[in-house]
Design a protein around this ligand. Structure first.
Ligand code: FAD
Length: 397
């Protein structure tokens, strides 16, 4: 493919075709508000307070941020969003994330709900992957302890051993169901102090289910300075074990939390020294995986235009078709539509995370989206200017 065939992320007609004029106005209003850090901070504090006081928020949240960033309150409720995405060749990754649960019954309930997303995807080509967070299936305290035990720094008592057995069983249930449904499942990456346990689980599942095709994908966060080394080691273990790897590459979502904990507890931060180092390793990892695409299938989870474009360019240089099933792109619902829909229009495999669940439980997720957009000021203003450009274009036509 020559470079003139590469997607143009500023094609606003293509990018926002799926939005009605009213939805476009709502997006402009939302991104204008999100672009004001003082407002996001005040709004986030108020939302936390309202949650703590159990003040109903649905009336304000549902028609605005929730409608923009979430599919609905249930899988059926997300149907309209899935259909709309599919109409533009964008596939869905249903994302049910319950956060911070510890009771065994809650962990089982999350497992059942994720299982429902896997079953919903069975035989329905609109779904690209299933996804889950191990922290939805285990307490964080247990994951941290298991990680330390694996490194030889702690011992698990009988109760921990039994709880860990249950976590492994839940993860296996989900991977096995995905394999039976001929689907694919991604395991999200989380904070570094629980990631060793998550990586061990993910590699165990890849070794069991990725023998003939790639069912299970682990996630690698390139904002960590040690992850290129980890990626190579993970691939070497797969080669030695005779199974295929699936990897979702991301930059990483917990930078402030990681740095704060490292400084409070007096250990070196696992995060790269600066953004340029995260960018270099993200792009480096993408290229490294592409060069081994027969053994490692790739999902690039990023809203960064340059990284997405580089991936398209490298695919072309290596003679991979845009629609090569071993390479997928993914963004979050309501963010970076110019990237998603222009990739789709050029025949790339692209999907959106579609978070769903009760409004109250989605509020921490929505606050993170608003804060993330505020902290990446350049991206928000870029998104806003493209949305405004599309409004102008529609007025002219
Ligand atoms: C489909 C999808 C799935 C995702 N899954 C996960 C997941 O499983 N786990 C997870 O942790 N995150 C996940 N993320 C979030 C992701 O890690 C990023 O936080 C987010 O996408 C922003 O990064 P970017 O590549 O889109 O773009 P950019 O806006 O170019 O990069 C912003 C990112 O760069 C890094 N960064 C910013 N400033 C600095 C600095 N000063 N020093 C070092 N690094 C810096 C941070 O990681 C920051 O989030 C996912 C994102 C997507 C789109």
């Amino acid at each position: 493919m020559s470079s003139s065939n590469l997607p143009q992320f500023n094609d606003t007609a293509q990018a926002f075709q799926h939005l009605t004029d009213a939805e476009l106005r709502r997006a402009v209003a939302l991104f204008s508000l999100i672009g004001k850090p003082w407002l996001v901070n005040a709004g986030s504090a108020l939302a936390h307070l309202a949650l703590a006081l159990r003040v109903p928020l649905a009336w304000a949240v549902k028609p605005t941020v929730y409608a923009h960033f979430c599919g609905g309150e249930s899988i059926e409720d997300s149907e309209e969003t899935m259909a709309k995405l599919a109409a533009h060749n964008v596939r869905t990754i249903l994302d049910y994330s319950a956060e911070g649960q510890t009771a065994e019954s809650d962990l089982d309930a999350t497992c059942s709900e994720v299982l429902a997303t896997i079953q919903a995807a069975d035989g329905d080509a609109r779904h690209a992957f299933a996804v889950f967070k191990v922290s939805g299936l285990s307490s964080n305290a247990l994951l941290e302890k298991v990680g330390k035990a694996m490194a030889g720094g702690a011992a698990l008592d009988r109760e921990d051993e039994e709880a860990w057995e249950r976590v492994q069983r839940r993860v296996r249930t989900l991977c096995e169901a995905t394999a039976a449904a001929e689907g694919r499942v991604m395991i999200d990456a989380e904070e570094s102090w629980i990631q060793d346990a998550i990586d061990a689980l993910a590699e165990d599942m890849m070794s069991d289910y990725n023998r003939d095709r790639v069912v299970v994908f682990n996630t690698v966060q390139m904002y960590r300075h040690d992850r290129l080394t980890y990626l190579e080691a993970m691939a070497a273990r797969a080669e030695e074990g005779g199974y295929l790897c699936g990897v979702k590459l991301v930059r990483g979502a917990y930078m402030e939390k990681e740095r704060e904990r490292a400084s409070q507890q007096g250990y070196p931060s696992p995060i790269q020294p600066d953004k340029a180092a995260s960018d270099r390793d993200f792009d480096g990892a993408v290229k490294w995986v592409l060069e081994r695409i027969a053994q490692i299938h790739l999902v690039a989870g990023s809203h960064n235009e340059e990284s997405n474009l580089k991936l398209c360019q490298w695919m072309a240089e290596m003679g991979l078709e845009p629609g090569d099933a071993r390479v997928s792109f993914a963004q979050l619902l309501g963010m970076s539509d110019p990237i998603t829909f222009n990739l789709a229009a050029h025949g790339y495999n692209v999907a959106k995370y579609v978070p769903y669940g009760p409004i109250r439980e989605a509020i921490p997720y929505l606050i993170r989206r608003a804060q993330e957009n505020t902290s990446v000021a350049g991206q928000t203003s870029r998104e806003l200017s493209l949305l405004r450009e599309e409004q102008q274009r529609r007025k002219r036509n």
